[in-house]
Design a protein. Structure first.
Length: 307
């Protein structure tokens, strides 16, 4: 197949999906990365098209490979069919022997909170899932906060995840642990097995197709998807993903508990829930609210209104 034919396939993909992924909330076009020696014309066309649709190099590569596999599986190229079949991304069903302990498909409202006092406050307000994101390099302070957070949710029914501090979380008996991509890469040998064998749940942050596939390979309890909208809480290496991408991610990972996070307020709950995610994580919508308990009640109602 010559360059003109590849260009025709690329144009077909863009024509079918430009409105969805490069519309009002789309991201700017990215440089097309090197093919790495892959001469398949569908791969090359999809790599260029996905780059033009704003997907960064690693995600464009992941999508291009999925498009190549999808065409092989179906026996034909279909520009209208955005890849969403797990096998086309190399995703396999979790092996029970290597999967982390399960958590509910619907984690509901998920509050990400700065200290144990906030954890207890929101757990008592009826928030079903809470996370302690305590930033400190002081081991004593970390240990105290994690222990206090575990104690704070006792009797409330809230599920408590500890961000980053996995050893302290295991020691305190927390419900779960949440880690980012950098934390996943930095875990010492044997850490994942220690968490898995303890029965502690594990959630992993992702910011696009490549990271989703990497996280899925670990078979975590849930996968977090974001940032959906702009957020000032932390410096993000990737641009806000937007609703169109979130919906595509949710379609690919259907069956896996999913948490949408990043700049989400009550006014966006309906649109975010419509993508198919089972949980919405919030930070500022609670901790910056004039009345956090009232805000928690409103957000819980917003969540239940949009099944």
């Amino acid at each position: 197949m010559n360059d003109a034919s590849i260009a025709t396939l690329q144009a077909a993909i863009l024509a079918a999906h430009r409105t969805r992924f490069a519309g009002q909330d789309g991201l700017p076009a990215q440089p097309t990365p090197a093919t790495g020696g892959n001469a398949d014309p569908i791969y090359q066309a999809a790599l260029s098209a996905c780059s033009q649709l704003g997907f960064i190099a690693c995600d464009a590569h992941t999508l291009a490979l999925a498009w190549q596999r999808q065409s092989q599986r179906l026996g034909a190229f279909d520009a209208s069919l955005w890849p969403s079949h797990a096998a086309d991304f190399g995703l396999s069903a979790p092996d029970p022997a290597h999967a982390f302990a399960p958590c509910p498909q619907q984690l509901g409202l998920y509050a990400v909170l700065p200290d144990a006092d906030w954890v207890g406050r929101m757990a008592r307000a009826g928030v079903p899932t809470v996370q302690l994101r305590f930033k400190s390099d002081d081991p004593t302070a970390i240990h105290a906060q994690v222990q206090a957070a575990v104690a704070a949710v006792q009797g409330t029914g809230a599920r408590l995840f500890i961000n980053d501090h996995w050893e302290a979380a295991l020691h305190a008996g927390a419900y779960g642990i949440h880690i980012g991509q950098e934390d996943l890469d930095a875990l010492p040998a044997g850490a994942l097995q220690r968490i898995r064998s303890s029965g502690t749940r594990l959630g992993i942050s992702t910011h696009g197709y490549a990271e989703m596939c990497k996280a899925h390979a670990v078979h975590p309890s849930y996968i977090a998807l974001g940032a959906v909208f702009p957020t000032t809480l932390k410096k993000m290496a990737t641009a806000p993903q937007g609703l169109a991408r979130l919906a595509a991610y949710a379609q690919l990972l259907r069956g896996t508990p999913l948490v949408a996070i990043g700049g989400i307020g009550a006014e966006q709950f309906a649109a975010v829930r419509a993508t198919g995610v089972g949980s919405i994580a919030v930070v500022r919508a609670l901790v910056n609210a004039p009345d956090p308990e009232a805000a928690a009640t409103l957000l819980k109602e917003q969540f239940s209104t949009y099944p």
